[in-house]
Design a binder for this molecule. Structure first.
Ligand SMILES: N[C@@H](CCC(=O)N[C@@H](CS)C(=O)NCC(=O)O)C(=O)O
Length: 198
């Protein structure tokens, strides 16, 4: 398997933690997607990471799809429970956490626009999605983190990402249960092994 990656992408980190959980990380060759002369765009027309090439030569272009694929390999816990009700609940948490991260990315992108062209309206919209999303995650933190599924992996990578790209967002103040859980999760071996080196 080949994984086109960037060291700072939270979406890539989820895939890498999932691969470690499943014990298949050693089978995954990492290719720096942004390195000179790479062919990421040929593999994935969206030119995004993570992008995976499986051993059968199939290309998978989205972290959730890649994590589902990894779950079919190796040993380790069921990242996506086989039971349909439990699976749907995990996928719902996963979708919410991705939505919070997507909003954080959009906020960050907006700051890259020229001063004067940045939209306060847009920023407030994304801020609200992050705040309300975190409120919901705070309410559900036990359900999310009660089993070693993709949900806590996704949550840990997302909270780490928020700290990194939006350091002015003090999410801990209003979300003490999330903060306490994250404190216990952030340095676990698979998180430590994939920490962005910044
Ligand atoms: N929904 C996608 C998001 C992937 C994504 O946005 N990756 C970013 C890096 S964090 C990227 O490659 N951005 C480059 C671009 O949009 O051109 C996933 O979960 O894989």
């Amino acid at each position: 398997m080949k994984l086109y990656y960037s060291p700072t992408s939270p979406y890539v980190r989820m895939v890498r933690v999932a691969a470690l959980e499943k014990g298949v990380d050693g089978r995954m060759e990492l290719i720096d997607a942004r390195a000179e002369g790479n062919d990421t765009e040929d593999k994935n027309p969206l030119n995004k990471v993570p992008t995976m090439i499986t051993d059968d030569g199939e290309t998978l272009i989205e972290s959730r799809l890649i994590c589902r694929y990894l779950d079919t390999l190796g040993a380790g816990p069921e990242l996506y429970p086989r039971d349909p009700d439990a699976r749907r609940r995990v996928a719902q948490f996963e979708a919410l956490i991705h939505g919070v991260m997507d909003a954080a990315v959009l906020r960050r992108m907006e700051t890259r626009r020229e001063e004067g062209k940045q939209s306060e309206w847009w920023d407030q919209r994304q801020k609200r999605k992050i705040a309300l999303g975190l409120d919901r995650l705070e309410d559900d933190v036990e359900a999310i983190t009660g089993a070693p599924t993709i949900a806590p992996i996704t949550l840990g990578c997302a909270l780490s990402f928020l700290d990194r790209i939006l350091p002015d967002t003090d999410w801990r103040a209003d979300h003490p249960r999330l903060a306490a859980w994250y404190e216990s999760f952030k340095d676990t071996p698979n998180m430590a092994a994939t920490a962005p080196g910044d």
